[in-house]
Design a protein around this ligand. Structure first.
Ligand SMILES: NC(=O)C1=CN([C@@H]2O[C@H](COP(=O)(O)OP(=O)(O)OC[C@H]3O[C@@H](n4cnc5c(N)ncnc54)[C@H](O)[C@@H]3O)[C@@H](O)[C@H]2O)[C@@H](O)CC1
Ligand SMILES: [K+]
Length: 497
């Protein structure tokens, strides 16, 4: 798991590394430059004409160091320098080191076309030291960089983008962002995608001890962390060890949702599965999920009654349920009677939004899995992505439950204020039924005794990983929800290897 630190914490981490490794600040900068150049030279050859646009802070210092190293590698490089503000010591040192090696063009206006003769533009105007929106000459140059027909690469973070708060004004639109050691919170928020582009981390040897000690409430999930959570099976386990899940899903026309959830639940390793479905789904579920047991509702088309709940370890509820008045009543009774953690999705969430008094009865430790529209119905509109994140944390705290907000970087908020951003998944998964699959996986993990947070984090990760493996084979466009289930066994194997 990678900690996501604030701009202030990153500054403290740099300072700690310099003091305790110890390493001089300029040598640390040189390491950062080398790491960037290592990434760069693997992707682009020496025929590419490169412009590096530098400010006068340490991000600009990085840009100057990168220019010197790229020149050594044989790339045609120019530095475009924007004066203003105070020059940092390391900036000054790197400018001195550049003398006679690389052309440095000081730019004071944007009258001329600055970028048409380049193939690649590297942005080193502002890094994590940005303290206010870019304006004046910096803003005008960022705008021109964004309009140029070039490949755009940001050093550490796109200029104009705030590390950990709402950004305003002109922001560099990177195709690639090469970030030093740790990702920034801004990278995970949908509105910033056009600025950050594809991002990757390069290791610059910042103090591991400091990172371990410093507290953070935001994390980026890694395969190593998931491997630590997943429990291998032991010799004397039996099906009772892995729980008995009840899945309440499906209505007339949406029995597929129950089948998808049920299949995923079985592949997630549950001991026993019973589906509670309306009568119209009986033959479909019995024939398509032969490993599962079926309990039939009193109604032909939708949920109106509940089975006896005592024997179930957990419940997954919501996919394809519909919102008939009788269904709402049965759902309300389920929340009242089943007091263990459960997974609530889709129409379960819509019923909660429309019948807010039910929110009080959500069993603590439950996992709610809204997509953005369902989330908006639950919490109302948000002003920006940071506000959305705060609303997600607040809901998790209010319900003492885990709130999984689905999206490109699905975020998982725990009741104690932590947020985990997922690292797996792809746009091929933006297709009907993948949410039902996630509900099944999460229910299956809860049934096996994983804590709610562990189940949510692991389930979301595995769901995305199965989607990635499926996309590798089938391509993103043709990918369907059943493919994600088909690759779930491979995802478990890979995650546990
Ligand atoms: N030793 C270190 O601290 C290291 C720092 N590194 C680089 O240093 C960067 C941070 O450098 P700095 O803290 O010097 O800051 P930046 O280079 O990000 O910004 C330069 C300065 O501009 C001023 N400024 C902020 N917003 C402005 C605005 N909108 N308009 C005009 N001026 C503005 C601030 O005074 C700021 O210090 C990182 O992003 C990374 O690229 C790396 O070299 C790794 C090591
Ligand atoms: K930058």
């Amino acid at each position: 798991m990678i900690k996501i630190l604030s701009a202030q914490q990153i500054r403290a981490l740099d300072a700690y590394t310099i003091q305790h490794e110890p390493i001089s600040s300029i040598d640390l900068m040189e390491r950062a430059c080398r790491a960037f150049v290592g990434w760069f030279t693997e992707r682009f050859d020496e025929t590419q004409k490169v412009a590096i646009v530098c400010g006068t802070g340490n991000n600009g210092g990085d840009g100057l160091g990168i220019a010197r190293l790229l020149k050594m590698w044989g790339y045609p490089v120019s530095v475009l320098l924007i004066r203003g503000g105070t020059d940092t010591e390391d900036f000054k040192t790197n400018l001195e080191r550049l003398k006679g090696k690389v052309e440095v063009i000081e730019i004071a206006s944007t009258d001329s076309d600055l970028f048409s003769r380049y193939d690649i533009v590297i942005d080193a105007i502002f890094g994590s030291g940005l303290s206010r929106p870019a304006e004046g000459i910096q803003a005008a140059i960022i705008q021109q960089m964004n309009q140029a027909d070039v490949i755009r690469i940001a050093v550490d973070i796109p200029s104009g983008l705030q590390t950990d708060k709402l950004s305003q004004g002109e922001i560099f639109k990177a195709d690639f962002t090469i970030s030093f050691q740790l990702p920034k919170l801004a990278f995970f928020l949908p509105a910033n995608h056009a600025s950050v582009g594809e991002w990757c981390l390069v290791d610059i040897g910042l103090s591991k001890a400091f990172i371990k000690e410093i507290s953070s409430s935001h994390f980026y999930l890694t395969s190593k962390y998931i491997r630590r959570i997943l429990k291998p099976r032991s010799k004397f386990d039996h099906k009772g060890t892995y729980g008995h899940a009840l899945l309440i899903a499906g209505s007339y026309g949406k029995i597929g949702a129950a089948v998808l959830s049920g299949r995923a639940l079985l592949h997630a390793g549950v001991g026993l599965l019973t589906l509670h479905i309306p009568q119209c789904g009986y033959s479909i579920v019995q024939t398509s999920l032969i490993e599962a047991m079926v309990d039939v509702d009193a109604h032909e088309h939708f949920l109106t009654t509940l089975p006896s709940l005592d024997k179930y370890t957990t419940v997954g509820v919501g996919p394809g349920l519909g919102q008939d008045a009788l269904t709402i009543k049965a759902f309300g009774k389920l929340l009242e009677d089943f007091r263990k953690p459960m997974v609530i999705d889709a129409d379960g969430l819509n019923i909660l939004s429309a019948n807010r008094e039910l929110l009080r009865t959500v069993s603590p430790g439950s996992i709610l899995t809204p997509h953005p529209k369902e989330f908006e119905r639950l919490v109302g509109k948000w002003s920006d992505d940071f506000d959305r994140l705060e609303k997600q944390k607040a809901l998790a705290k209010q319900l003492k439950s885990v709130v999984v907000l689905k999206g490109a970087y699905t975020s998982i908020a725990s009741p104690d204020g932590m947020v985990y951003f997922n690292s797996t998944g792809n746009p091929g998964m933006a297709t009907g039924g993948t949410g039902d699959v996630l509900t099944g996986i999460l229910t299956g993990l809860l049934a096996q005794g994983y804590s709610s947070v562990d189940a949510a984090v692991t389930g979301v990760y595995l769901h995305g990983l199965a989607g990635d493996l499926a996309a590798r084979e089938k391509g993103m466009i043709s990918l369907i929800a059943s493919d994600v289930i088909d690759f779930l066994p491979a995802a478990f194997k890979k995650a546990m290897a």
